[in-house]
Design a protein around this ligand. Structure first.
Ligand SMILES: [Zn+2]
Length: 263
């Protein structure tokens, strides 16, 4: 009996120590590692371990180092999608080239007047967000059609920029799927730091299908929208980042490449 109590006490002490060491779960803060312009300009090196990102959010997305797939974080679990669209639970040691996350607060879901195509969903979001001047976390759950998903394939050689990578990869087309859209809105003035407008990833309800979402229609879904007034930006301390020319607006090239029809 005494031994059992001692073990319980040790476990309690261990968990208390662990709780004290972990960063506090601060809501309404968007934590971001690297910038979209840096990624578009070829900063593909993994710099942020997923274990670290998880300390700062339970909802997020990102690109794995060397573009070895996409990450979608939902309810604190990180899902890794490879270039063939296969989803696995991501290793905590996986390092991200670009990532953003927040602790999503419980919110009332707003029904989206569906069916709506991609442009109409974005227009609805534009009308529904209280102000275009803040960052938002956006979680949409329901049934979607005409999904076009993309995930990076691990680089075998050094590419000059992300546009050439995007143009060389296939997309996965899904006619109809239940699941969750995990995404963020960034104001237009944040261009270069983040993608201006909307950045969505998708995870199917059965957690078998996912990735960066290029296109979709809403058949029947509801959205939770959370305004985020604080941005915590972590810049890579790599030699490449320090020497990159980040004045050439590769973000626009990346956006244009992403709009091209699916192959
Ligand atoms: Zn993405």
């Amino acid at each position: 009996m005494k031994l059992t109590l001692a073990i319980v006490t040790l476990l309690l002490l261990a968990s208390a120590h662990h709780a004290a060491a972990a960063p506090a779960a601060v809501p309404h803060v968007l934590v971001q590692s690297s910038t979209i312009e840096a990624l578009a300009a070829g900063n593909f090196e993994g710099v942020l371990p997923l274990a670290t990102l998880k300390g700062y959010g339970d909802f997020g997305l990102g690109s794995v180092g060397d573009l070895d797939g996409e990450i979608t974080m939902l309810d604190g679990v990180c899902y890794h999608t490879d270039a063939d669209g296969k989803v696995t639970i991501a290793e905590n040691t996986l390092k991200m080239a670009f990532a953003e996350a927040t602790f999503l607060q419980p919110a009332t879901a707003v029904a989206i007047p569906a069916p709506l195509d991609h442009a109409a969903v974005l227009a609805w979001l534009d009308r529904t967000l209280p102000s275009p001047n803040y960052f938002y976390a956006i979680r949409i759950e329901g049934e979607f059609t005409d999904l076009v998903l993309w995930s990076g394939r691990k680089l075998q050689q050094t590419h000059a920029d992300i546009a050439s990578v995007l143009s060389g990869e296939k997309t996965t087309n899904v006619p109809r799927q239940r699941g969750t859209i995990i995404g963020f809105y960034a104001p237009s003035y944040a261009k270069g730091i983040n993608l201006p407008g909307y950045h969505f990833h998708f995870l199917s309800e059965d957690k078998q299908l996912g990735g960066h979402l290029r296109d979709f229609h809403v058949a029947n879904a509801a959205a939770c929208l959370e305004m985020i007034p604080t941005l915590s930006l972590w810049l890579p301390t790599t030699e490449r980042f320090g020497q990159s020319d980040l004045t050439t607006n590769q973000t626009d090239r990346m956006i244009e490449e992403g709009k091209k029809p699916a192959r």
